[in-house]
Design a protein around this ligand. Structure first.
Ligand code: NDP
Ligand code: 2IT
Length: 448
């Protein structure tokens, strides 16, 4: 049995109730095979893979809070501190009813390699709660965030672990979390990223994941002798990542014809109007069905995903496993020849097999999440730098660094794929390019 298989089988035995984590670990380990085979003796001697697949630490805690009617609730809170070989733990907090340890471990493991790809000194972590912010008042969200931070503050710090946003955690939540951290510790430090501009946030952080996704897509297209201009794009999600992907794609001359939420999707043949989308989602915190009521010519499809629409490019920006094998086939049958992942692990294993078949047959382009959506955490790391310097950079400065970082990630991912005999296979390229630096650091630091 290969070293990779051995480690995976052990993991399956230890964590049988963590399907999302096992899925992510399996995919990562399999694509690391080429680098593991080259270094097997060294890695085995240092138990490198066995250490890589287990988080350094996980904290779990209860989060008690009281709603506006005076009813008490208990949610679960978590922080997975996965790997600090190349920097302090860094990664978002997700508030969504589906959150559990398996999902946070899968996200944390992805984050290790993503953060390494940015070229910046940040380790991997992820956290969150099964709290659902939908339909809660601002006061309820504030009380929840305060209670969550009253426990979490013990485990984080600007040089220790720096959380940020993810699904269900945006500017409002980060503000409440930051206020409580400061109140408890008396420290004004860059312990969270995605902060408001008035209290240490970075310009271009809200835009960073979506903009970065489009910069990466543009770079990948250029690498294949194509361009983004004039292309039709299908987008899922209507949150932070989707909104700014739609904005940047339009600026670069493409047309995004869909946006979605967990209820359904809207199709706008003229291209999704960014201002209307933000009014509904950022200001009113409403449903995407509203869009079709406001924009003539657009159509709402209740209970459906957008993968049946004709397009050149798909940018999934909602959540994990939102494109299965059948969806991938549908996309390709409708003309799609490129997928870049804004969300984390939005394509199932069978969807990725379908892309890979199409890549070998006809040059289908696929950029996996850890490379394609790394712009968000990259600008988070730039926010940490600005906080340390006690300076703020201009929007143009941050945006141009973001652009350079995405171009660099594309180059490193395609170089690594080529070096290991998998030219054009960006899944293998991204995993190996991210792993190289983390494994070097882990080997240098000994058995910790
Ligand atoms: P938001 O909370 O801003 O938006 C999430 C969007 O996805 C909403 O439209 C939401 O719809 C939809 N969605 C969430 N869960 C589901 C589900 N189970 N089924 C269908 N739709 C769903 O989150 P973000 O935009 O920040 O995050 C989107 C994705 O991008 C996630 O995978 C996240 O991990 C990833 N990501 C985010 C980064 C960031 O900087 N924010 C960085 C890198 C990756 P609804 O309101 O109906 O729930
Ligand atoms: O998945 C991700 O990369 C994020 N949610 C952003 C993490 C961060 O620390 O900015």
């Amino acid at each position: 049995m290969s070293y990779v298989e051995e480690v995976y089988q052990n993991l399956e035995k230890k964590h049988p109730n963590e399907p999302e984590f096992l899925e992510a670990a399996k995919r990562i380990l399999e694509s690391l095979n080429p680098i593991v085979e080259k270094n097997e003796e060294l890695y085995r001697k240092n138990a490198l893979l066995e250490r890589f697949v287990e988080p350094e630490r996980i904290v779990t805690f209860r989060v008690p809070w009281t709603d506006d009617k005076g009813v008490n609730h208990i949610n679960l809170g978590y922080r997975v501190q996965f790997n600090s070989a190349i920097g302090p733990y860094k990664g978002g907090l997700r508030f969504h009813p589906s959150v559990n340890q398996s999902i946070l471990k899968f996200l944390g493991m992805e984050q290790i390699l993503k953060n390494s790809l940015t070229g910046l000194p940040i380790g991997g972590g992820k956290g969150g709660s099964d709290f659902d912010p939908h339909g809660k008042s601002d006061a309820e969200v504030m009380r929840f965030c305060q209670s969550f931070m009253t426990e979490l503050f013990k485990y984080i710090g600007k040089d220790e672990d720096v959380p940020a946003g993810d699904i269900g955690v945006g500017g409002r939540e980060i503000g409440f979390l930051y206020g409580q951290y400061k109140r408890i510790t008396n420290l004004y430090e860059g312990v969270l990223t995605g902060k408001g501009l008035a209290y240490g946030g970075s310009l271009a952080r809200p835009e960073a994941t979506g903009f970065g996704l489009v910069y990466m897509t543009d770079e990948m297209l250029k690498g294949a002798g194509k361009e983004l201009k004039g292309k039709t794009v299908v987008v899922s999600g209507a949150g932070n990542v989707a909104q700014y992907a739609i904005k940047k794609a339009a600026e670069l001359g493409a047309k995004c014809v869909t946006a979605s939420d967990s209820n359904g999707y809207v199709y706008d043949p003229n291209g999704i109007n960014f201002d209307v989308l933000c009014q509904i989602k950022q200001v009113e915190r409403g449903r995407i069905s509203e869009y079709a009521k406001r924009v003539p010519g657009s159509v709402y499809h209740d209970g459906e995903k957008p993968w049946g629409e004709k397009c050149d490019i798909a940018l999934p920006c909602a959540t994990q496993n939102e494109i299965d094998g059948d969806d991938a086939k549908k996309l390709i049958a409708n003309g799609c020849w490129c997928v870049a992942e804004g969300a984390n692990m939005p394509s199932t294993e069978s969807a990725i097999d379908t892309y890979e078949e199409a890549r070998v047959k006809s040059g289908f382009l696929f950029m996996p999440a850890k490379a394609a959506n790394a712009g968000g955490v990259a600008v988070s790391a730039l926010e940490m730098s600005q906080n340390s310097e006690r300076l703020s950079w201009t929007f143009e400065e941050v945006d141009s660094k973001l652009h350079d970082i995405m171009v660099n990630i594309y180059k490193n991912v395609s170089d690594a794929a080529e070096r290991y005999g998998h030219a054009g296979d960006f899944v293998t390229g991204a995993n190996i390019a991210g792993f190289e630096k983390v494994s070097d650091a882990m080997l240098s630091q000994g058995m910790v």
